[in-house]
Ligand binder design. Structure first.
Ligand SMILES: [Mg+2]
Length: 257
């Protein structure tokens, strides 16, 4: 069936769509516009329907690859329960619904959480996001707090010692156990049905997506970065969230049998 949608302006810069793809999709900044408060970003019915249709045409080979926890992804994508990697790959739920979680050796983030809470109280506009296995300081509403936020996160990491790392994203620093990342999560999905044997396509918008871009490049798939900002190993660029949604709709319309 041919598409009745208007053609996307940038399609010449994107890979030509073909059957047999597996889709790996970052959420914030890729499927959803970034909001000043991350908890306000919610998929619209249209976005849920795009993901659901994409699942239908790929025999289920669609996974969310996000920095959010799987619990939060389930809550915001309700009623969809999708294959997903959460916390940048520390959690993964495969297509059969089995949960794989990185085993964390001993140390708790309790003290780190307290330190960062204290920091956020001192710098109005900063926001602590508690993801359980990871904690993040957002400074989108307090850009001047970037330096101090970086310092307190480094200090917290020093106190935690080995086994933890910092991930910096768009106006956010996160402390998390070192280990799996978005790239390793994609590789794990690609070893399993219904992803196995398909061509991986990963769309993301941030530095934390670079591990995923590297992995799909390595696998001969397509890496696509949203937006023109920032250096990236992604082989393709797509201008914004709306164009991502449009391009995914186009895939569904073209490959619906
Ligand atoms: Mg993102």
């Amino acid at each position: 069936m041919s598409s009745t949608l208007p053609r996307a302006h940038s399609r010449d810069h994107l890979p030509e769509q073909a059957p047999g793809w597996a889709f790996f999709l970052d959420v914030d900044g890729t499927l959803l516009e970034i909001k000043e408060q991350p908890e306000l970003a919610r998929p619209t019915p249209r976005i849920k329907s795009i993901v659901q249709h994409l699942q239908l045409v790929t025999q289920g080979a669609v996974a969310l690859i996000s920095g959010r926890s799987i619990e939060t992804l389930d809550e915001i994508f309700l009623p969809l329960v999708l294959p997903a990697a959460g916390l940048h790959g520390l959690q993964r739920r495969d297509a059969r619904g089995h949960l794989h979680t990185e085993a964390i050796a001993g140390k708790s983030l309790d003290h780190t959480r307290q330190m960062l809470q204290e920091f956020c109280r001192r710098y109005p506009g900063t926001l602590l996001e508690d993801k359980g296995m990871a904690v993040a300081v957002h400074y989108r509403n307090a850009p001047a707090a970037e330096g101090p936020a970086r310092s307190v996160v480094h200090q917290a990491l020093e106190e935690l010692g080995r086994g933890f790392e910092m991930k910096s994203g768009k106006m956010v620093f996160e402390i998390r156990p070192a280990g799996d990342n978005k790239g390793s999560a994609i590789a794990d999905f690609m070893r399993e049905a219904p992803f196995q044997g398909r061509l991986p396509v990963f769309i993301g918008d941030d530095v934390t997506d670079e591990d995923g871009f590297d992995m799909v490049n390595h696998m001969g798939g397509y890496s696509i970065r949203v937006g023109d900002n920032g250096k990236s190993n992604a082989r393709y660029r797509i201008p914004n969230v709306e164009m991502v949604l449009h391009w995914l709709e186009e895939y569904h319309y073209t490959h619906w049998q």
